[in-house]
Design a protein around this ligand. Structure first.
Ligand code: NDP
Length: 234
């Protein structure tokens, strides 16, 4: 059955791979984008997750074009790495506003329709390294681990209406976000990765697709690591 799907930050990286996987399944997929181009074949909706009005407009546009989202993938996220003593308030706040408040804004916009319809799937992009801890990422790790408490609390709120809320926690995935990692950092991280290689956006998309599927109907409040073994047991 074709569902209305909305993916924030879907113009590149993991979000784009999720969009392509779900569109290939026959879902009606809209991606949130900012200034970036909308990849061919996908419906693009302007959505800046740090801006409440932009999020509301995006949901209204998606709903008018393809029906209210039955699947939300809250994927938009950023890193702004710095050691704590060199991290200014603006850098800390920008990551919180995007990765945590941005998820709050988009999930809140999606939840009201899902509650009324008594169905829905919410998948949040967390991070395996967030759970392990990572120097220079106090801001990022704080947001990505906070999503677990957010998801588990929401799983209780939405569970009685059959709506699931889950996390995918990727390890090192080859996207623009990890391109700037130093060779040394990559080698160190691969030593902590049993499979010994970075993952692809498509491998993360496969996990998101599963958690968003009918087959995952009895899974909620879970954190699924997709990191070649890094983050096992989170
Ligand atoms: P990319 O940097 O490749 O893409 C990030 C996406 O998020 C872009 O589409 C970007 O839009 C969008 N975005 C960023 N800020 C905002 C904002 N304020 N409003 C709307 N959209 C925004 O990242 P990845 O694909 O690698 O990461 C996707 C998610 O997966 C993130 O949440 C990330 O934290 C998480 N993750 C990634 C890992 C990795 O190794 N790559 C590992 C663990 C987690 P634009 O093009 O306009 O900048």
């Amino acid at each position: 059955m074709s569902r209305s799907v909305f993916i924030t930050g879907g113009n590149r990286g993991i979000g784009l791979a999720v969009a392509r996987a779900m569109a290939a399944d026959g879902d009606r997929v809209a991606i949130g984008h900012r200034a970036g181009e909308v990849p061919e074949g996908l419906r693009g909706v302007h959505c800046e997750v740090t801006d409440q009005q932009s999020v509301e407009n995006a949901f209204a546009e998606v709903t008018a074009a393809q029906g209210a989202p039955e699947v939300l993938v809250a994927n938009a996220g950023i890193t702004r790495d710095a050691l704590l003593l060199r991290m200014d308030d603006a850098t800390f706040d920008e990551v919180l506003d995007t990765n945590l408040r941005g998820v709050f804004r988009t999930v809140r916009a999606a939840a009201s329709h899902m509650l009324a319809e008594r169905r829905g799937r919410i998948v949040l992009l967390s991070s395996a390294l967030g759970f392990l801890g990572s120097p220079g990422q106090t801001n990022y790790a704080a947001t990505k681990t906070a999503l677990l408490g957010f998801a588990r609390s929401l799983a209780w709120e939405l569970g009685p209406r059959g709506i699931t809320v889950n996390l995918v926690a990727p390890g090192i995935i080859e996207t623009d976000m990890t391109e700037k990692l130093s060779d040394r950092r990559m080698r160190d991280t691969m030593r902590m990765t049993p499979l010994g290689r970075p993952g692809s956006a498509e491998e993360v998309a496969a996990a998101v697709r599963f958690l968003a599927s009918e087959d995952a109907g009895y899974i909620t409040g879970a954190a699924l690591p997709v990191g070649g073994g890094i983050g096992m047991g989170i």
